[in-house]
Design a protein around this ligand. Structure first.
Ligand code: DX5
Ligand code: ZN
Length: 234
């Protein structure tokens, strides 16, 4: 699996990755908050523009500073309109992985190819009401598929169980095509939901409030990893 980055751990044939979302961190102390989850595979950075979602977070300058402040690679989740225009700047700012929403992209294939050509991992996200089936033929263009398990926009929302069948269908398509792409879940992932996600076939887990709301964020990452690895081994 040459396409995997350092930091992943294999469990059976599945590599579990835990990506804490800094949306639930203290934005005034981002460098420290990044260090508080050492051992995490990626830092998940939620970029929101007040248009694609009803919330406004951070943009290119913060990603640039954060990438200098931590060794952990940045997984930038763009919840913005016109990702075709803005995604390249996040790669230049230091993102190792860039996720765009298919609902917002004008030309997802061209965009995925551009992200890869600029040296980052290309990832595509689906909101809860967006089905996976129309995008089956696009999967080889991607390094990761993100299935949202809440409506994007805010941390701390309840996990949507109704997304589990979509995770299973996505895993089946990935395996049928013999692809290496990672399957990420984001939203409401916690000690009480991560096992269901892993059993359904997810292998990359974003967790915001479950990590930064914990007394010891690094310990929360270790706990989530252990649970997911055990569930994947089934
Ligand atoms: C929501 C964001 C998530 C958010 C997850 O739109 O994409 O990454 O930070 O937060 P939790 O884990 O608290 O649901
Ligand atoms: Zn996110």
């Amino acid at each position: 699996m040459a396409s995997l980055t350092a930091g992943h751990r294999h469990t059976g044939n599945m590599a579990v990755q835990i990506n804490p979302s800094i949306l639930s961190a203290d934005f005034a102390r981002l460098a420290e908050e990044a260090r508080a989850v050492e051992g995490a595979d990626w830092l998940h950075v939620d970029v929101m523009d007040n248009h694609f979602v009803p919330n406004l977070t951070i943009g290119v300058p913060v990603v640039e500073s954060l990438s200098r402040a931590t060794e952990t690679p940045l997984d930038c989740h763009l919840m913005i309109e016109d990702p075709d225009r803005w995604a390249p700047a996040y790669i230049e700012a230091g993102a190792g992985s860039v996720t765009f929403h298919v609902e917002a992209a004008a030309a997802p294939v061209r965009l995925a190819r551009e992200i890869r050509a600029k040296g980052a991992r290309a990832s595509m996200a689906l909101k809860p009401a967006t089905p996976i089936e129309p995008y089956e033929d696009l999967l080889p263009e991607l390094d990761m598929l993100l299935i949202m398990t809440v409506e994007p926009g805010f941390g701390g929302q309840a996990f949507l169980d109704i997304m589990l069948p979509k995770i299973r269908r996505a895993r089946r398509l990935i395996d049928q095509h013999g692809l290496q792409l990672w399957l990420q879940v984001d939203g409401g992932v916690s000690a009480s939901t991560i096992e269901r996600c892993a059993e359904a076939g997810a292998d990359v887990f974003v967790a915001g409030s479950a990590v930064y709301g914990a007394e010891d964020p690094a310990e929360a990452v270790r706990g989530l990893r252990k649970q997911a690895a055990a569930a994947c081994a089934h």
